[in-house]
Design a protein around this ligand. Structure first.
Ligand SMILES: [Mg+2]
Length: 103
């Protein structure tokens, strides 16, 4: 079966590229693992995370804004497409960090 995901898979797991649910699971697992790796990196680099909810979410929102900026750079200025993925993974990691540090 031909892949109908039209993805740009570049993960460490060999992509079956057959459009099956197994293919989608491999992609999802790799995305989640990238988020966990980024979370670990961020926690090590910045061990202190704000106590208050507003500043926690501000950090996440900053990463989200950087993802949007990367998309604008790509779309209007021929910027690097992979930077969008980098910023999205950082946004995901900060969402995870916020959830991890909620009461
Ligand atoms: Mg960033």
């Amino acid at each position: 079966m031909a892949c109908n995901l039209a993805c740009s898979w570049a993960g460490p797991i060999a992509c079956p590229r057959d459009g099956t649910s197994e293919c989608e699971r491999a992609i999802e697992n790799d995305i989640i693992n990238a988020g966990i790796q980024e979370l670990r990196r961020a926690e090590e680099k910045h061990p202190v995370f704000p106590e208050d909810l507003i500043h926690k979410l501000a950090i996440m929102a900053e990463e989200s804004g950087e993802a949007m900026q990367a998309a604008l750079n790509y779309y209007y200025h021929g910027g690097d497409y992979s930077q969008i993925k980098v910023e999205l993974v950082q946004t995901m990691a900060m969402c995870m960090r916020c959830l991890k540090n909620m009461e």
